[in-house]
Design a protein around this ligand. Structure first.
Ligand code: NHF
Length: 450
């Protein structure tokens, strides 16, 4: 098939998990033998060679768009530059700037496909997240291509109708404030999201598309998240842990790691900080070490620093951006990875951790719930521990339980986790299911039963 992928993030441009997901899907589809082309904003990166120039008019101005092309891992990537498309803030500047960028991306995508169409007429357009809603609308309108819209994370924001008029999509904006996710899902032939549980959790939204909505799990690239590639692959895990803790100024102990954005909406670092405060009065606390990696909300950073300051022997906060290789060393050395998210459409952290034997302790939500098998639920096949979200006491309790797990159980959790990540959540599987979605051959009508 000829597949055109639209997305705001494509590696090396990365803000969150979206980049990994879109890039892996494109590469995976190419590996399956499909012709894959990606349109993405250039975001000021100047990637690839300039191949085309054309003009679009938007917001009262006539603007030159430059399409740059590169081929990597079997995928042809066009990055669109010019005006706000060259703005380095991927999701900005500001909300208005982002909306304008999204409209411009739509117009530029239509312009580019118009130029390419004689050589590349896509069988399907696969658009990712709401920023591509205008592009999807225009490609559908002008080229009548079959389309799939994937939601990686619902944004639930409204867009003033004027932006749709500006994009020449006034027919999609009969009301003052338009939900672009709803609109894109409405016009798409199929709608997908990235885990089964997220689909249920957000059924209030997805039910409007019953009959054409389904889930396609993301995957994990275990060739990179691989123990054999660790710096100290030949050492015992305990020895690696000792060394990594030492590197961060801590003595040895059971090591728990959080890695992620410090925000108040999703990742739950606040739940973790509270859990540490709760644990601090427990005798078990002495033997526990916490590596908290990430940054974001300054208030949360301050709180994390304050917790670190109060318990310098137990807590290390790392706000610098760590190279992927260092993150791999961390996963390969700590005992447990914490994923206390409030919600998680899929979540890559728990799977990266599982690939490297850092047993996940996560919230029982979305993709975490679908990928981590809880010790109490299925002791034979378990890969980690699940706790209710936003419950610092439950998290603290689970950490104490994890700390005291016997060696045999721990080894089993690790082995099960590695196997599950490697075998059940491959990008190949994800891409094979996407192809069935493209061909309209997937289970479309999801009955609302578990
Ligand atoms: O893994 C890629 C990612 C998900 O849960 C993650 C999220 C955004 O919030 O699908 O998209």
């Amino acid at each position: 098939m000829r597949i055109l992928i639209l997305g705001f993030e494509y590696l090396p441009v990365k803000v969150g998990g979206l980049a990994e997901a879109i890039t892996s899907i494109a590469r995976g589809l190419a590996e399956l033998g499909h012709e894959v082309v990606v349109f993405t904003p250039d975001h000021g990166k100047n990637l690839g060679e300039p191949v085309r120039k054309f003009r679009v008019s938007a917001f009262g101005k006539d603007l030159e768009i430059e399409a740059r092309k590169r081929k990597e891992n079997g995928v042809t990537v066009y990055s669109l530059a010019g005006g706000l498309l060259s703005e380095s803030d991927v999701y900005g500047p500001g909300w208005e700037g982002l909306l304008k960028k999204a409209v411009l991306f739509g117009k530029a995508s239509a312009g580019l496909l118009n130029g390419l169409i004689t050589g590349f007429k896509p069988d399907v357009v696969h658009a990712h997240d709401w920023h591509t809603a205008f592009a999807l609308g225009l490609l559908k309108k002008y080229f009548g291509v079959r389309s799939v819209f994937t939601i990686h994370r619902l944004n639930k924001a409204k867009v003033p109708a004027g932006y749709f008029h500006e994009a020449n999509l006034g027919e999609l904006a009969p009301y003052p404030d338009i939900d672009p996710e709803h609109t894109a899902a409405y016009i798409a032939d199929m709608v997908t999201t990235v885990s089964r549980s997220y689909l249920w959790e957000e059924w209030d939204f997805f039910r409007h598309f019953e009959g054409k909505v389904t889930h396609v799990f993301n995957g994990i690239d275990c060739s990179f998240w691989n123990e054999e590639l660790l710096e100290n692959a030949d050492l015992q895990r305990e020895e690696r842990r000792k060394r990594i803790l030492e590197r961060f100024g801590l003595s040895d102990g059971k090591a728990f790691m959080f890695i992620g954005r410090f925000d108040r909406a999703q990742k739950g670092v606040d739940t973790l900080l509270r859990a540490i405060e709760i644990l601090s009065s427990d005798p078990e606390f002495d033997g526990m070490r916490f590596l908290i990696v990430g940054k974001g909300d300054p208030e949360l950073e301050r709180w994390a620093r304050e917790v670190e300051g109060r318990f310098p022997g137990n807590v290390k906060v790392i706000t610098e951006l760590l190279p992927r290789e260092t993150v791999r060393e961390l996963y390969g050395s700590v005992d447990f990875t914490l994923i206390p998210s409030y919600f998680e459409p899929f979540g890559l952290v728990q799977l990266e951790a599982m690939c490297l034997g850092a047993v996940p302790i996560g919230s029982a939500v979305g993709g975490i719930k679908d990928t981590v098998i809880d010790l109490d639920e299925d002791p034979e096949n378990a890969t980690g521990l699940l706790v209710p979200p936003r419950d610092a006491f439950a998290l603290a309790k689970a950490m104490i339980r994890a700390k005291n797990l016997d060696g045999e159980t721990l080894a089993k959790l690790r082995e099960n986790g590695k196997r599950r990540a490697r075998e059940d959540f491959t990008w190949k599987k994800a891409c094979e299911r996407y192809v069935r979605v493209y061909l309209n051959e997937v289970d479309r009508a999801i009955s609302f039963v578990r």
